[in-house]
Design a protein around this ligand. Structure first.
Ligand SMILES: Nc1ncnc2c1ncn2[C@@H]1O[C@H](COP(=O)(O)OP(=O)(O)OP(=O)(O)O)[C@@H](O)[C@H]1O
Ligand SMILES: [Mg+2]
Length: 551
């Protein structure tokens, strides 16, 4: 309870149950909480990093090496620890890779800041020093970055391989990186002097079963839906596809209406009329030359029956995001009014086919001509393998996209961090007093990446770091850690490249989060409100929100 003595009277300012911690105590608690998070995922960094198994409240198990996923599943409570989770999330949203690095780096910046604060350096001095060093670090990174060609497939493949190297897919990295490069290059478009690409245009669909090598790139869209009527063809060649987001049903009135029927003829007339409307819908679709109809909403049983008679293949209740991808892949237009449908609106694909994948039926819209949206169907032994494979593919797609959009790379294995660290340290010599201390601390903190990679690779981290440092002193700027062989090496020679964008974002988000945590000197926490207002969301609720589910 926070109270003040005003005019001899004790006045309560904050509600009962509110807790407050201030100054050093608050700072230390925050830093400690953040460090626990960083420490917990440190061992998963790099190609020799370990995976984590997480079990949620429902008993569902996730096995992952991906920083953002691990932290997301951890259900962290402490507010400062939550900020670390946000670092990973931002990194994931912005560049898709480097989440573990960003969190580990934030942790190290905080550890070193704590040491300075203990030596009576004021936190704002540390923050100022970190900001100055951070800005310079970004410029240095850009300076050492290697320019590449956005369409250099070999380079894109190398970058994808590094992103996958630390994941479960490492065994199949050649195959998967090829797939990722082809997928992103397919959806990339020229924009001004460069390229733009959106990984959202790549639909990653997963289905447990088969092996990881059965994962395929589809020049079109795969839908986790079956053909609606057994009488319809299961495969349509030279597909002309109507994309509809209107229901192929007789609309129900919004208000209750009563129909007074006096004799059976009237009833029959009523039903006939309804059937006529439905038949007209099918006639309209058929008249445009469409042989496939993909509908975002429902398709009436009678419509299905008439469509089957006309050999039209139909799929219903397709997600809106999938409809958009279908339009991009097939070149068709999504129409909300059936009356507007013309043959020019139809999408085109070599074939549309329902195929059995494991136990489920899926519909493949394949062989699209120069599709601007494609799909990857991820296969693998078990559900957890497929889940982690999907995350690794996401990382690979993102890094390829990063390089296509901003064609600059740096060598990995902690080489880029070590080089920036060396140059920053040299700069720090020119500063004086406490400013130098914080600047130096930032430079030293960057070395946590090569150190951790060495540690996870079973090397002696201090020895490895000293070797890397001395090589950088001798101007071998891409000297870093090769955790696979367990030695210090030239990472550019090993062709371990990462997008500059990933490194830049990691420095930015780590610096910002560390400074934000350091600036806090007062934590006022309201007492927890009792649970029970809203029950936790069950799977049913979330399904309803997305508006999917076949009825
Ligand atoms: N073959 C390799 N040799 C040396 N270093 C490598 C190699 N492959 C990857 N690395 C390094 O491993 C680090 C990346 O590890 P990892 O992918 O586990 O974490 P992350 O990218 O920071 O986070 P996440 O992938 O979980 O989002 C980078 O520093 C990268 O340079
Ligand atoms: Mg990675």
């Amino acid at each position: 309870m926070l109270s003040a003595n005003i005019g001899g009277q004790t006045t309560i300012i904050l509600k009962e149950g509110t807790s407050r911690s201030q100054g050093r105590e608050a700072q230390r608690a925050n830093i400690t909480a953040a460090l626990v998070i960083a420490e917990s995922i440190r061992s998963s960094l790099g190609p020799k990093g370990m995976d984590k198994m997480l079990v949620d409240g429902f008993g569902d198990v996730t096995i992952s090496n991906d920083g953002a996923t691990i932290l997301d599943e951890m259900d962290v409570q402490h507010p400062a620890a939550k900020m670390m989770v946000e670092v990973a999330k931002t990194q994931d949203d912005e560049v898709g890779d480097g989440t573990t690095s960003a969190v580990v780096l934030t942790g190290e910046l905080l550890t070193r800041a704590q040491a300075l604060i203990d030596k009576d350096v004021h936190p704002t001095m540390v923050v100022d020093g970190y900001n100055a060093a951070g800005e310079l670090a970004l410029r240095l990174l850009e300076k050492i970055a290697i320019k590449v060609k956005a369409t250099d497939k070999a380079m894109l493949r190398k970058v994808a391989k590094v992103a996958i190297a630390s994941k479960l897919l490492a065994e199949n990295k050649e195959y998967i990186s090829d797939l990722a490069v082809n997928a992103v290059m397919q959806v990339a478009e020229k924009s001004g002097t460069g390229y733009k690409a959106d990984v959202e245009d790549i639909k990653v669909e997963k289905k447990p079963g088969g092996a990881l090598t059965d994962t395929v790139l589809i020049q079109g869209i795969v839908l986790d839906k079956e053909v609606v009527h057994p009488g319809m063809p299961k495969r349509v060649e030279n597909a002309k596809i109507a994309l509809l987001n209107c229901a192929l049903e007789v609309e129900k009135t919004e208000f209750d209406a009563k129909l007074n029927i006096q004799n059976p003829d009237q009833m029959k007339g009523f039903l006939d009329e309804e059937q006529k409307i439905l038949q007209q819908m099918v006639d309209k679709i058929a008249s445009t030359g469409a042989n496939v109809a993909i509908c975002e909403k429902g398709v009436d049983d009678i419509v299905q029956h008439f469509m089957a008679k006309k050999n039209i293949l139909a799929v219903r209740r397709v997600k809106q995001s999938d409809m958009e991808k279908l339009a991009k892949a097939t070149g068709g237009r999504i129409l909300s009014n059936l009356d507007d449908l013309k043959s020019g609106h139809l999408g085109v694909a070599k074939f549309v086919e329902e195929r059995k994948v494991s136990d489920d039926k899926m519909t493949f819209v394949e062989g699209c001509k120069d599709p601007k949206a494609v799909s990857i169907l991820v296969r693998g032994g078990t559900e957890r393998v497929v889940d982690e494979a999907e995350r690794a593919i996401h990382d690979a797609l993102c890094v390829v996209r990063n390089v296509i959009v901003d064609p600059r790379v740096v060598a990995g294995g902690g080489a880029a961090e070590a080089e920036v660290s060396r140059q920053l340290r040299a700069r720090a010599q020119k500063l004086s007093g406490k400013e130098q201390l914080a600047f130096q601390a930032y430079a030293d903190a960057l070395e946590i990446i090569p150190m951790t990679l060495a540690e996870n690779g079973g090397m002696d981290p201090i020895d490895a770091l000293m070797e890397v440092r001395s090589k950088h002193q001798a101007r071998q700027i891409w000297a870093g850690i090769d955790p696979i062989k367990g030695k210090v090496a030239d990472l550019s020679r090993l062709e371990v490249y990462e997008p500059l964008a990933v490194k830049v974002q990691a420095l930015k988000s780590a610096g910002e989060a560390a400074c934000m945590i350091l600036r806090i000197d007062d934590v006022i926490a309201a007492s927890k409100t009792k649970e029970g207002g809203g029950a936790p969301k069950g799977p049913e609720d979330s399904a309803k929100e997305e508006g999917e589910g076949d009825f």
